[in-house]
Design a protein around this ligand. Structure first.
Ligand code: NCD
Ligand code: ZN
Length: 348
């Protein structure tokens, strides 16, 4: 390890949307190039709610990767009001499902089948608590009277706290946190609660989306908040507290679907994910904390072994492409057109 080389135990991505069909190959390969494993979100249309659908999606992911890529997709089940706990338990016991994902209904992309009232899935949550299956939470309250910038903070008190009080043994990951409120909530909670932090929420605040022109490619959900929230996320990420770990929320949409009168939410960070985190950690004077956040705390929470191999980043200023085209699909990546100070190299 020198000043210009950074060797990390290979990281995992604990929250990614790999998509399906024509987009899957590109996104899966960009993810598998950097990460050994990824928690794969189930918000396809229709969503993944059965063991058979989860297993078939996993096969499609593996089939979409080029020869020689070693990658383990960790599948999740999408909780609906009428999800069958027996089916989910079977999937968990047979190693198809690693966790369940809770989307409040209509909170985000493909969430029309999401849960309308948490009370409807209490039997499912009790089962997960019993069998030790983690719950992954999109933590936003969706109701017309709540301002979009307050949705996450309101979720903590209205939904998450009562649920955790009722289900003290349930292990929960609060996904893609965006607020100081969530940082403090996670810090104060017991060991059953952890959180993922995206690369983009460590770098953007709401001004980056809205000031001086609207920038649809950094619009995502939960939407980035005020700058002081971003600062709290950065402090949490570099703190060495194992309750905070890496989850990119890579969520690509076609360029035309983002640059639209009603643009889709989601940032495509997979192609530059580890470089983006490295840049943030370096700015915070905390490069030494990156490996824990990226490669150790996630597996520890999920009770999985650490990866054995490593990746290498070189200090090599590199420009991120303005867009990435594959077939007839064009996607604008996070950091498009910017210079990154680190570059992950495939061959050392
Ligand atoms: C995600 C997507 O597009 O699937 N979008 C996003 O902004 N993060 C859904 C989600 O995780 O909210
Ligand atoms: Zn997501």
């Amino acid at each position: 390890m020198t000043e210009d080389t950074l060797i990390l135990r290979r990281p995992d991505d604990w929250h990614v949307h790999l998509r399906d069909g024509a987009m899957l190959g590109q996104v899966a390969d960009a993810t598998a190039r950097q990460f050994a494993r990824a928690i794969v979100m189930p918000n396809l249309a229709p969503p993944i709610t059965t063991m058979q659908a989860g297993a078939a999606y996993r096969e499609r992911i593996l089939a979409a990767l080029p020869e020689g890529r070693v990658f383990t997709p960790l599948m999740t089940a999408y909780l609906t009001d009428d999800i069958d706990p027996d089916e989910v338990e079977r999937g968990f016991r047979q190693g198809v499902f690693t966790a369940c994902k809770l989307y409040p209904r209509n909170a985000t992309t493909n969430s029309t089948h999401g849960v309308s009232d948490i009370a409807n899935i209490y039997p499912m949550l009790e089962r997960m608590q019993t069998i030790g299956m983690p719950l992954l939470v999109h933590g936003e309250v969706v109701s017309a009277d709540i301002d979009i910038f307050d949705r996450e903070a309101v979720f903590l008190e209205r939904v998450l706290r009562p649920m955790m009080d009722d289900m003290p043994g349930l292990r929960v990951v609060l996904e893609h946190i965006t607020t100081r409120d969530s940082v403090e909530f996670v810090q104060a909670a017991g060991d059953t609660l952890a959180a993922t932090i995206t690369a983009h929420h460590l770098r953007i605040d709401r001004n980056d989306i809205l000031a001086g022109g609207i920038r649809p490619h950094v619009y995502c959900l939960p939407v980035a908040k005020r700058r002081f929230h971003r600062e709290a996320l950065r402090k949490a990420a570099v703190s060495g507290n194992p309750k905070f770990f890496l989850g990119t929320d890579t969520a690509p949409h076609r360029r035309g679907d983002k640059e639209s009168v009603c643009g889709c939410a989601g940032v495509y960070s997979a192609p530059v994910a580890i470089e983006s985190y490295a840049q943030t950690f370096e700015e915070e004077g905390a490069l030494g904390k990156l490996e824990g956040f990226a490669s150790e705390f996630g597996p520890r929470f999920y009770r999985l072994p650490l990866n054995k191999d490593a990746i290498t980043l070189k200090r090599q200023p590199t420009r991120v492409p303005e867009s990435i085209v594959s077939g007839d699909i064009e996607i604008v990546p996070f950091h498009a057109g910017e210079m990154m100070s680190w570059r992950m190299v495939d061959e050392v």
